[in-house]
Design a protein around this ligand. Structure first.
Ligand code: NAP
Length: 312
C-alpha cells in the first residue's frame, strides 16, 4: 500500500529525503508543506512532491508519516498544528539538529508521543532551500535516532527502514549525548566559520582583507554560507552544549595566545602536532568518506570540499 508522507519544510533536508526515496522506487506519495507557495510549486516541478499546501493541517491530514524539516525554532508551532490532525497511528519524525529541545516541544504538543521518533541526519551542505536537495545526500551518511523510553518499537523501525532506503546508516543514542556530540563536532565549527568571516568584516581594512580572502580562508569558511536562520536556531536550542564547546575552544585559543606571547615555539608546535596527528589518524582515516559530494561531519561539515551538484 502506498505510504502517504508529508514533508513540512521542503528544503535541502526535506527535499533530499523525498528524492532519495524516490530514487530507490519506494512506494510513497509525497505532500509538501511550507510557507512559500512559489517554493512548493518548484518542489512539484522538481518532482520532490506531488501535491502541497501552505497549511500544515491540510497537508498533514490523512498522512501515514510526517517528516519535519523546518528550522528547529519553527518545530514547536508546526508540531502544535500537526497534533490537531494527526491520527493516533500517524508516525511523526524530524531531522532537526538539536534533539532535546525538539523532544521537549513534541512532549508539550503531541498526545501520542509513542509515535514521535526524533532523528538527525548527519549530512548536509551549506546550501538551503528547495533547489538544494539531491538524491544522494544521505548515501553512506549516518542518521542518528534519539528515541525515548516510550517510543514505539514499530515507529522506530518504520523510520529506520526509510532512512536505510535513502542509503544512510542508522544509529541510536540518547538525545542528551547527541546534543553534546554535535555541539562539538558540528555546531562549534559552524559558529567558528561565521565568526571568522564576521571578524574580517569588522576589521578596518576589510576591503583589502576580503580581496585576499580566497584560497584557504574561503575553504575554511565555506560553511559560513549556511543558512543564518537555521544556525541561529541551533544556538538557541542547544545553547548549553554549544556554550560548553565554545568555552573549550576559548581555552584552546588562550593556550595558543599564551604560547605565542611567551615566544614558546615548542609549545606552539606541540599544540599543532596534536591537531595534525588527530586529524590525520582519527578524522581523515574514517571509513565513511565515500560520498565525494559532501562531508563526514554533519551539516555542511568543517571539511572543505566541492559543492554538491544540484538536481537536474
Ligand atoms: P532549508 O533548506 O532552509 O529548508 C527549510 C524549509 O523549511 C524551507 O524550505 C522553508 O520553506 C521551510 N520553513 C521554514 N520555516 C518554516 C515554518 N515556520 N513553517 C513551515 N515551513 C517552514 O533547511 P535545511 O537545511 O533543509 O534544514 C532543515 C532542518 O534540518 C533544520 O531543522 C536543520 O537543523 C536540520 N538539518 C540541517 C542540515 C543541513 O546541513 N542543512 C543537516 C541536518 C539537519 P518556506 O520558506 O516555504 O517556509
Amino acid at each position: 500500500m502506498t505510504l502517504k508522507v508529508t514533508i513540512v519544510g521542503v528544503g535541502l533536508i526535506g527535499g533530499s529525503f523525498s528524492l532519495a526515496l524516490q530514487a530507490v522506487g519506494a512506494d510513497i506519495e509525497f505532500t509538501g508543506c511550507g510557507r512559500n507557495e512559489d517554493s512548493l510549486l518548484r518542489a512539484v516541478d522538481l518532482g520532490i512532491v506531488t501535491r502541497y499546501s501552505t497549511s500544515v493541517t491540510e497537508a498533514v491530514a490523512g498522512s501515514d508519516l510526517v517528516f519535519l524539516a523546518t528550522p528547529v525554532g519553527a518545530m514547536e508551532a508546526v508540531l502544535a498544528e500537526v497534533a490537531q490532525v494527526a491520527s493516533p497511528e500517524t508516525i511523526i519524525t524530524d531531522a532537526g539538529s538539536c534533539k532535546q529541545s525538539i523532544i521537549g516541544a513534541a512532549r508539550r504538543q503531541l498526545s501520542h508521543m509513542e509515535n514521535f521518533v526524533a532523528g538527525h541526519p548527519i549530512a548536509g551542505t551549506e546550501h538551503s532551500g528547495v533547489e538544494a536537495g539531491f538524491a544522494t545526500l544521505y548515501r553512506d551518511r549516518r542518521v542518528i535516532l534519539t528515541p525515548q523510553s516510550d517510543t514505539s518499537a514499530q515507529a522506530i523501525e518504520t523510520v529506520r527502514q526509510l532512512w536505510i532506503q535513502t542509503g544512510a546508516q542508522v544509529e541510536e543514542m540518547s538525545a542528551e549525548r547527541h546534543d553534546k556530540v554535535f555541539a562539538a563536532t558540528s555546531h562549534l565549527p559552524h559558529l567558528l566559520a561565521f565568526s571568522l568571516v564576521e571578524t574580517l568584516y569588522r576589521m578596518e581594512q576589510r576591503e583589502e582583507l576580503l580581496r585576499y580572502a580566497a584560497g584557504g580562508f574561503s575553504d575554511f569558511t565555506r560553511i559560513a554560507s549556511s543558512d543564518p536562520v537555521m544556525w541561529r536556531d541551533v544556538c538557541l536550542h542547544n545553547s548549553e552544549a554549544v556554550l560548553e564547546s565554545m568555552a573549550n575552544l576559548r581555552e584552546g585559543m588562550d593556550a595558543l595566545v599564551d604560547a605565542i606571547n611567551a615566544g614558546d615555539g615548542k609549545r606552539i608546535e606541540g599544540l599543532f602536532k596534536i591537531a595534525k596527528d588527530t586529524r590525520d589518524t582519527r578524522i581523515l582515516a574514517k571509513p565513511q568518506q565515500t560520498n565525494p559530494q559532501q562531508n563526514e561531519v554533519s551539516e555542511g561539515g568543517p571539511e572543505p570540499e566541492p559543492s554538491p551538484e544540484k538536481p537536474q
